[in-house]
Design a protein around this ligand. Sequence first.
Ligand code: BGC
Length: 393
Amino acid sequence: MKGKKLIAVAAGAVMAFTLAACSGSGAGDDSSADATTSAAPAESNGGDAAMEKGTIGVAMPTQTSERWIADGDAVKKGLEAEGYTVDLQFAGDDIPTQSQQIDSMITNGSQLLIVAAIDGTALSGQLEAAAAAGIPVIAYDRLIRDTPNVDYYVTFDNYKVGVQQATSLLVGLGILNEDGSEGDAEGPFNIELFAGSLDDNNAFFFFNGAIDTLQPYIDSGVLVVPSGQTEIEQVATLRWAQETAQKRMEDLLTANYASETLNGVLSPYDGISRGILTALSNAGYGPTIADGMPVVTGQDAEIASVKLINDDVQFATIFKDTRKLAAQAVVGALSFLDGAEPEANDTTTYDNGVKVVPSYLLDSDIVYKDNITSLLVDSGYWTADEVASGVAE
Ligand code: BGC
């Protein structure tokens, strides 16, 4: 099986130069392709592989968040430009669906897998099969845990993202200035904390970076958490779901803010931020920060939230340039396919419970209203029209 695959790759490599222009059409956003998979195509694909460079499986968690759609599309385009066929699948945030999609990618003869896991601990069986078939695995954005069979990890400096989220909360409250210097505000300020999904390793990095930054202010009484909920297990949001966050914010307001005013909310992701803002708005806060909407943070620079920042409703978000992440995943994939090891710039931080996974970390930036243009528009991430409308064109 393994030998056959390698021969197919070699034959494909010879022909790819002439055929590259033919590949890449038609696959589109084939998120429904999983419905057609079965165990049978493994053999027939061996023949197809000789006609092209080969297929790469790309597993993304969900299409409900626009970043994963952009990530999937960018990785796909990057690999297609190199002559590969890409099997791109989204799993609707359903763990069995993602496991089954990865099973199919392996049986269908993928040369390499790029996986953004829903549950970072749920893929050990699939990855064992990948390793047995000699298929390299790249963890995309989210670490895959509890398995030796993950070869490379491309992500952002996730602890730093958490520090940036907390920093933006402190800036919004006036405790710090944007340049990092001390602000004039002394507090005390009432805040509440939200974290991401506990099955996503990133949620811990974001929260740890944030709480390490906020803790001194909590200890000194500048920040107060009236609910008392400061442990990640208490503030987590399963699957990062907006409605779950909205419900928790409503419950927090009912239980703790009958006679208190909320000043700020640490939110780890723009979808969660929008759920929080909906709850706050329904409770009579706002509509804008100038009118008393609490300072709400975010992550991903989703267009709906960038508009809210532009409109003075959400205070900040974190911009992680997914184009750069996708490009690094492609670079890593090409190294493996050339029989080389991809470059890592961090070989200590990301222990997945079995081994430290060689990682490539990218930088992120805090987006405030006053730097939307320089960070997001000038870089071509969103257009000025999209920022104004809140809708991706
Ligand atoms: C990603 C974030 C994203 C979150 C929810 C995390 O793993 O790093 O960028 O906001 O998942 O999709």
